[in-house]
Structures are given as C-alpha cells and as structure tokens.
Design a protein around this ligand. Structure first.
Ligand code: PAF
Length: 332
C-alpha cells in the first residue's frame, strides 16, 4: 500500500515538472553574477555595467543574471582585481590603473599626449596593439572581454585658472596610484599626490590638496564641481577602461556562453563610448552652470613641456609600439 502511494506521489511530481513553463524551470539553472565598479549607476561605468547586464541576460535567455555593485560597494578597484582573481567577484568595469601591477604594459596608454583624439584612441584599442594587451590578462587569472572608455583627462583645481604649464607649477594634484601619471606631472613641476579617488574627495574637502585630474565623465559623476573651482581642458591623457571577468568563472563556461560574454563585453564598450561622446558635447555647459570656470588651454604647450619625459617611457615600454601609435590615426 505504502509503495502504491509513493509511486502516485512520484508520478504527480513528474507530471507537474512536465507542464511547468520553461521560464520557471530555467530559474532553477539561473546563475547570478556579481559585477563591481567604482562610480555611480548613472556614470559611464554604470552605463557600461547596465549594457553588459542587459545584453547577457537577454542573449542567454535569462541563464545569467548580473547583479551590479556600484560606488566601490565590493571594495576599492585594487580589491576588486583581487576579488576577480580569487573568484569572489565575477565581473568588473574598471580603470587601467588598477591593473598596472599585473600588466605593466598597459601603463603605455597613460603616456601624456600619446592619443590625438577619441577616434584615434579607439583605433589603437580596437587594433592589434589593444588586442595584444587584452590577451595578456588570462595568465593573471582574469579575462579581459573588451576595452571600455572614460575619455581624456583634464585638470581641476581651487587655486587659479591654469592656461599654461607654468600656471600649474607648484599645485598639489591628486593622481591615480599610477607611476606614469606621476612622471608626466613631476616633469612640469606639478606636485603629484597619488591616492584613491575616495581619499582624494576627502583631501579636496579638507584642502590638503589643490586639485585632481579626471575625464569629464568622472568630473560629472563625482560632482567635482562642488569641490573644485577651475577646470582646464588639458586633455593630457586618454583614459580607457576595461570590462573584466574572473578566469575562475570564464573557464567553466561552455564555448557558446563564452561567445555571449564576449558579445556583451563589446556591447558595454560601445555604450561607454556613446556615453563619453555625449558627455563631451553636453557637460561643459552644465559645469559652467554649476559654477566652474572652464579654460581652454594650448594643448601643444603642455605636450611640448612634457615631451622630454618620453625618454623615461622609452626605457620602460617598447619604443617601437609607442612610436607606432601616432600612425593609427590614419585608420579613422
Ligand atoms: O581617477 C581614478 O582613479 C579613476 O579614473 C576612477 C575615477 C576611479 C575611475 O576608475
């Protein structure tokens, strides 16, 4: 009697599973992924993270669900890199400064005045030079799905309008913790103070530093206009970003799923580029309204003043690659 009853229960469960809609059955197999980034959800990082999540969730038909952790919620950018390596974090949209210790060659893109404009930078990243750098990540426990973008970095400060390299001399300026930025600034007499962005915000508020430098996308996202009076459009360095996935996760994916991740990485990259194009068009008006004094500078005078520091970079990086980069402009 007991056996008949057990068989009946088993058959009823089987019947229920058979008539269950595909979506409900899928939720059992859905994989939740953690994606970290340093800025707000409304920033260019947030736009890249959402584009990645929307693409992957759609093309995988809900097999992967991406949970986003903005504003350093999972730790500083350096901690996020460790999290990707250990597998505690699955995905990140992140600056290149965070991976300088792992892939020193990536610092090449921080050489001042190497990139002419956004299109030139995108040609370089999408071409063999950019692809070669992305290919170095797997040996460090991370897979680089695509380049993202922040834009060209500009100088802000609270002391005076900066029009020439001489005007910038003696200013205490926060830089990312990145020796290439420090070398360029040292050369023109700026006093670089490398620290995290979180510490920079505290130091700008307490007046222990005079300024910082970041792309317009970050200046808007961090409401730098509430902390800084003068913005000089130096465009001294192009800042890419990266869309990264933990190798621990990536290795377990089927080849079909790997393609979905790659495709979603590209979607994030394109979204970030659109975001930067848009912010380049609209943000100056907004920043002026917010009270910033915006100054156009002679970029060439800054470039010339920093040129001698290239001797240092030629020792550190492959000179042939540095010298090849200006020629990538012709692919526009
Ligand atoms: O200046 C930096 O450290 C980076 O540009 C930032 C703002 C953290 C974005 O990754």
């Amino acid at each position: 009697m007991r056996n008949i009853w057990l068989n009946w229960v088993a058959l009823s469960i089987l019947a229920l599973i058979t008539v269950m809609p595909a979506s409900a059955a899928d939720t059992k197999d859905e994989t939740k992924l953690k994606l970290a980034h340093a800025l707000s959800s409304t920033s260019h990082y947030g736009a890249g993270a959402s584009a990645f999540a929307n693409s992957l969730e759609t093309i995988s038909k809900g097999k992967f669900i991406v949970e986003k952790f903005p504003n350093n919620k999972l730790g500083s950018e350096h901690e996020v890199i460790e999290g990707l390596q250990s597998g505690k974090i699955d995905l990140a949209v992140i600056s290149t400064s965070a991976v300088m210790d792992l892939i020193p060659e990536i610092g090449m893109f921080d050489i001042p005045f190497l990139m002419h404009d956004l299109q030139h930078a995108r040609n370089v990243l999408d071409g063999s030079i950019g692809k070669n750098i992305l290919s170095k990540f797997p040996e460090k426990g991370i897979v680089a799905l695509a380049w993202g973008e922040q834009g060209f970095r500009h100088l802000t400060n609270n002391v005076r309008p900066v029009l020439t390299p001489e005007d910038a001399r003696g200013l205490k300026i926060r830089t990312p913790q990145n020796s290439i930025h420090v070398a360029g600034f040292n050369y023109i007499g700026i006093l670089p103070v490398p620290m995290t962005l979180t510490d920079a915000v505290k130091s700008l508020k307490d007046g222990s530093i005079d300024g910082q430098e970041n792309p317009l996308s970050v200046i808007i996202a961090t409401q730098m206009y509430n902390m800084q009076k003068y913005l000089s459009l130096t465009g001294h360095v192009y800042a890419p970003a990266l869309i990264l996935v933990s190798s621990k996760l990536y290795k377990q994916l089927s080849s079909t799923d790997k393609k979905l991740f790659q495709k979603s990485g590209r979607a994030a990259c394109l979204k970030m580029r659109d975001f930067v194009d848009d912010i380049e068009k609209r943000s100056l008006e907004r920043l002026r309204k917010e009270g910033m004094q915006v100054t156009e500078v002679e970029r060439a005078s800054f470039a010339m003043a920093m040129e001698p520091v290239y001797t240092e970079f030629y020792k550190k990086f492959d000179k042939r690659i540095i010298d090849a980069i200006p020629f990538q402009r012709k692919f526009q």
